[in-house]
Design a protein around this ligand. Sequence first.
Ligand SMILES: [Fe+2]
Length: 202
Amino acid sequence: MATSVYEYKATPITLMGLLGLSDDQIKQHEKLYNGYVTNVNKLNSEIARLVDEGKESTPEFAEQKRRLGFEYNGMILHELYFGNMKPNGGELPSASPLYARIVESFGSYENWDKDFKAVAKMRGVGWAIMYQNPTNGLLSNHWVTLHEEGHPAGYIPVLIMDAWEHAFTVDYAPTERPKYIEAFFKNVDWQVCANRLVMLEH
Ligand SMILES: [Fe+2]
């Protein structure tokens, strides 16, 4: 067994007291997140073993490499999602550089808000993500299917919302995603989002 593979550690999720999202909801969600970290480590270890044994041209190697996109993004996106929430979050201050970027990119905050929430309501299992293009600083909203399909290459994730049903079905019915979206926006840590920006002069 290869022993040199880096082992990821799950970040403890300490979020409590969110508005409209119970502590139990977050705890259940954390368990799912921990599973992604476990599976990333398992896959990396198994892939290294296959390489050690000269089996890198096998279907097993190819399948496990394909699976990495799902498990890695499941791990990373949950860290970003939990990381951009806090109790007593709230509205993005209009004086924030992030607000200015949103207006520059979408014409108005209201346009951005409608666009992001429309993405968040899309049918299917995935994520709503506001990204920044690091080459021109502009922002755009994207739907990511599962954890891995639809990411714009090289863009910086700024605001991440989990749109899988497991993100809200402890507290809401599967048909109540709009209520979850409303709750999510009461708990956004906009300062964290602003800190993720690359502030380019142009
Ligand atoms: Fe999730």
